[in-house]
Design a protein around this ligand. Structure first.
Ligand SMILES: NC(=O)c1ccc[n+]([C@@H]2O[C@H](COP(=O)([O-])OP(=O)(O)OC[C@H]3O[C@@H](n4cnc5c(N)ncnc54)[C@H](OP(=O)(O)O)[C@@H]3O)[C@@H](O)[C@H]2O)c1
Length: 299
């Protein structure tokens, strides 16, 4: 990526209202890169503009709404012109926790709508701009894309799917020299954990009738007390997870390497636990891995 003045490199990052997206946007803008930051609300756009003293250019769009992604493309095309887009960081994501049995079909759809369908929609739409600049694509995966902790199955399934997308996309774009990397962080201290705790608490409040048939479209399919105990333990464990979470700067470093290094890596497992999990999952038998993953969730 060229950083010479007068020829400013341009990067689009999705999900910049908070957490990792916001941190990456501020860091890259501080390095003189032209950052387009995807947000969904105008107040988040305004806040980012203020926090970056006008250096970040917010773009309002929802990754799961194709029409709004197309509008973002049109605005970007006009802004970057013939230079194109040097980098796309697909960071927007949601974590829908809960045991598979209590997840409604709608909530599983939402998990995949944002993390997979949205990532595909943004990537596919922006590719003409990325091709113009021979840019790079970064996917924000997770260590849950390599191992699947209990009670985070839908999230892990979406991040496993993202790993598959990263591998196939990387090979498909080889002829255009467009590098594709996936970042796989362990837990990071962001508001995603507040959202996680709220969702666990709301699952604990649900009291479906044990005798009713599975309500696939509208709600939990089982009697809530079935999972009350593990949900309580997971809620308690999330405090521990947060206390030992990585700082956002660790992920920012990995994203920067994927975008700026001469030889970007295909995968960035961020944090020692993430690297250990990758190593262990390839070597240890499933019952041993199950034991570790149950422990990691306080179970
Ligand atoms: N924090 C961790 O422990 C951790 C670990 C591994 C991987 N990750 C991944 O890192 C990414 C960022 O997570 P984070 O920790 O920074 O959490 P976060 O602060 O909750 O950020 C999530 C971002 O995604 C945006 N988003 C959600 N749905 C969207 C949609 N439909 N369209 C556009 N934007 C949408 C949110 O915008 P709104 O504010 O408008 O909802 C927010 O800006 C996610 O992909 C997550 O899976 C996080």
């Amino acid at each position: 990526m060229s950083l010479t003045s007068g020829d400013q490199a341009a990067v689009l990052i999705t999900g910049c209202s908070s957490g990792l997206g916001q941190a990456c946007a501020l860091d890259l803008a501080g390095r003189g890169i032209r950052v387009f930051a995807g947000v969904r609300k105008s107040e988040d756009a305004e806040r980012l503009r203020r926090a970056s003293e006008g250096r970040i250019e917010p773009l309002e769009f929802d990754v799961s709404d194709e029409a709004s992604v197309r509008s973002a493309y049109a605005a970007l095309d006009e802004a970057v012109g013939r230079r194109g887009l040097d980098g796309l960081v697909n960071n927007a994501g949601v974590l829908v926790p809960g045991p598979w049995e209590l997840l409604s079909t709608d909530s599983v759809r939402r998990q995949f709508e944002v993390n997979i369908v949205g990532t595909h929609c943004v990537t596919r739409t922006m590719l003409p701009l990325i091709r113009r600049a021979v840019g790079r694509i970064v996917l924000m995966g997770s260590i849950s894309g390599r191992v699947a902790p209990p009670f985070c199955g839908a999230y892990a399934a979406s991040k496993h799917a993202l790993e598959a997308m990263a591998d196939s996309l990387r090979m498909e774009l080889r002829d255009w020299k467009i590098a594709v990397s996936i970042v796989e962080p362990d837990s990071v201290g962001t508001v995603i954990w507040d959202k996680f705790e709220r969702e666990i608490a709301s699952l604990m409040r649900k009291r479906p009738n044990a005798d009713s048939p599975a309500q696939c479209e509208s709600g939990p399919a089982a009697d809530e007390p079935l999972y009350r105990e593990p949900l309580m333990r997971i809620r308690a464990a999330s405090g521990r997870i947060r206390r030992s979470a990585l700082p956002v700067s660790a992920v920012v470093r990995a994203v920067n390497h994927a975008l700026l290094a001469r030889r970007p890596r295909t995968r960035y497992a961020v944090g020692w636990r993430a690297r250990l999990a990758v190593w262990a999952s390839a070597r240890l038998p499933s019952p041993v891995m199950d034991w570790f993953l149950l422990r990691s969730m306080g179970l």
